[in-house]
Design a protein around this ligand. Structure first.
Ligand SMILES: CC(C)(COP(=O)(O)OP(=O)(O)OC[C@H]1O[C@@H](n2cnc3c(N)ncnc32)[C@H](O)[C@@H]1OP(=O)(O)O)[C@@H](O)C(=O)NCCC(=O)NCCS
Length: 172
């Protein structure tokens, strides 16, 4: 029996064209499923993803292939620094990894959010895929990465690892 915390297995997909678009409320469930199946992410409530798809759609993006949700990036403009695009989560379905989809989503989203000059995200030191992804993104935009401590283990009420801030600029 499938564990309730795993997404349905999808076939490896290397042929279908990938398209990118702004998420809608009806995509909220798919975002939650992708986050749940990603393995490394903090999985928030399904409600949070519906809310995100409604209120932060213009700073988020979904990738589709063959009618399936292949991945998403969720982000927001920081209220106190609206030129900073904060990336909250990036997930690509296991069957679609290694095809450049995450990198393309970051570029697509950055190109769409034209007012952003800085991109931020936080990464735990053990997430090699995420560190690799954002390093490749910065490199391909000829941007610098400034790394600094943000949320230490002591900030978290549970056993969460420290999250280091990655600040990537200039974006264009
Ligand atoms: C991280 C993740 C989004 C990458 O998705 P992806 O579509 O497979 O990534 P891409 O194919 O676009 O890879 C782009 C670059 O990221 C880096 N990268 C991707 N996966 C990597 C891995 N497992 N280890 C190290 N670097 C990796 C590489 O530099 C890669 O460029 P290259 O192939 O030219 O070397 C995906 O593995 C995932 O969903 N992981 C679980 C959730 C997560 O950790 N999200 C990030 C934190 S919010």
């Amino acid at each position: 029996m499938n564990s309730p915390t795993t997404t349905p297995t999808r076939p490896l997909n290397t042929t279908s064209q990938v398209t990118f678009r702004t998420p809608e409320v009806t995509d909220g469930g798919a975002l939650w499923m992708l986050a749940r199946g990603a393995g490394e992410l903090d999985v928030n409530t399904s409600y949070a993803y519906l809310l995100w798809a409604r209120d932060f759609a213009s700073t988020s993006i979904i990738a589709e292939s063959g009618g399936l949700a292949a991945g998403f990036v969720s982000g927001y403009l920081r209220p106190e620094q609206p030129q900073t695009l904060m990336i909250w989560q990036v997930a690509v379905d296991q069957g679609f990894r290694g095809q450049g989809i995450a990198l393309r989503m970051l570029h697509e989203l950055t190109d769409r959010v034209t007012g952003a000059t800085v991109l931020e995200t936080t990464i735990t030191d053990d997430n090699a895929a995420s560190i690799g992804l954002f390093s490749r993104f910065a490199e391909s935009r000829s941007a610098e990465i400034d790394r600094r401590d943000l949320f230490g283990k002591g900030h978290f009420p549970d056993a969460h690892d420290a999250e280091r801030l990655y600040r990537i600029a200039p974006l264009r």
